[in-house]
Design a protein around this ligand. Structure first.
Ligand code: UD1
Length: 342
């Protein structure tokens, strides 16, 4: 019997890549998404890639009553992978309540509905942003969590705290929190990838849009950081690697025999690349020259962040496979495909 997995936010960037990996690993997927930052086209593309269209319900998880009704209808589900959340850092600073309201209500409503309906396994999309500006690198899961630099980041931190308390109080409920570093790249088919709404905030879509001529010039924020070339360093991880890590985490949860407190794992590559290294890697892989300019630091950015991955490798038994060139190539293929469809 195929195990049924509910994926909230399954039409989004990381969600849709994970749905593909779940289907390819024999799971029966049900997507809940309110389509606030995605469209049903993702489902067409998933079907095109896997030959299977996941079941879909348009649902806003911040509506507790509706959420309960839907979970009651799907009590046979074995676990929930929860991606549904707002994620624009800058917007969260301007409108914190929108972020706390949406991200935390959705989380609490999902967890309550799950427990009421006996679905006791949960995977949470967390972020490396919970580390804030760390004292030591690389960051391990035991590193102190500094004050998050945005309400978005804080909503992830509070989310983890909620899960920690819940898994302590209800020994039948188990959860894994996955702290993503900087997910980039796209599926090898070229049919799905990230679609930022409006002007991208993140580096990768800004690079591909500049290369495609949609943006005039890429600004490199800061060249006076204490790093070898002065630009900031991050741990970029291929979204397909990230998606596969969810399948590994899911298997771990489903096979778990004894009670376990919340488990937390970093999902990164343990390698840091500077902004200039990313740019040069993009240029050499794609043979497209980028129009870029060095400018002042962006408020809220830190110099360097990259993951320690020992716990993830030893305990979860998973390690990222794809390198920076593949991240660049697939991002560019996706950008070109997406533009050709407009
Ligand atoms: C941010 C969020 C993180 C979120 C991630 C999504 C914080 C602290 N981080 O990470 O939670 O998961 O986005 O991928 O809130 N850069 C440029 N020019 C640009 C855009 C970015 O130089 O046009 C630089 C930034 O200054 C940074 C690096 O590129 O040094 C990466 O930036 P970005 O892709 O926005 O990710 P983070 O800020 O690391």
């Amino acid at each position: 019997m195929r195990k049924k997995i509910i994926v909230t936010g399954g039409c989004g960037y990381i969600g849709s890549h994970t749905v593909i990996e779940l289907i390819e690993n024999g799971y029966d997927v049900l997507v809940f998404d309110n389509l606030s930052n995605s469209t049903e086209v993702s489902l067409d593309r998933i079907e095109q890639i896997t030959g299977t269209r996941p079941a879909f319900v348009q649902l806003d998880l911040s509506d507790a009553k509706e959420t309960n009704i839907l979970f009651k209808l799907h009590q046979d589900a074995h676990a929930v992978i929860h991606f549904a959340a707002h994620k624009a850092v800058g917007e969260s600073v301007l409108d914190p309540l929108k972020y706390y309201q949406n991200n935390l209500y959705a989380l609490i409503n999902t967890l309550s509905a799950q427990r009421e309906n006996g679905i006791n396994k949960f995977i949470f999309s967390s972020s490396a942003t919970v580390y804030g500006d760390p004292d030591h690198l690389p960051v391990t899961e035991e590193s102190e969590l500094k004050r998050a630099s945005s309400p978005y980041g804080n909503s992830k931190k509070i989310g983890e705290e909620i899960l920690e308390d819940l898994t302590k109080s209800d020994l039948n409920f188990s959860a894994i929190s996955l702290r993503y570093f900087n997910p980039i790249g796209a599926h090898a088919s070229g049919f799905i990838g990230e679609i930022p709404s409006g002007i991208p905030n993140n580096l990768m879509p800004y690079i591909t849009q500049t290369a495609a001529g949609v943006r005039e010039q890429l600004l490199v924020y800061g060249n006076d950081y204490p790093t070898p070339d002065g630009t900031a360093i991050r741990d970029y991880i291929h979204v397909v690697d990230l998606a596969q890590a969810h399948v590994v985490a899911l298997k771990r949860l489903l096979e778990q025999k004894q009670e376990s407190p919340l488990e937390v794992f970093n999902l990164g590559t343990a390698k840091g690349y500077s902004v200039l290294e990313v740019i040069h890697s993009f240029e050499s892989v794609t043979q497209v020259q980028l129009n870029y300019k060095l400018t002042d630091r962006r408020a809220g950015d830190i110099a360097s962040l990259y993951a320690a991955t020992e716990r993830t490798e030893k305990q979860l038994g998973w390690k990222a496979q794809k390198g920076i060139d593949e991240m660049m190539r697939s991002s560019w293929e996706w950008e070109q495909y997406y533009r050709s469809q407009q």
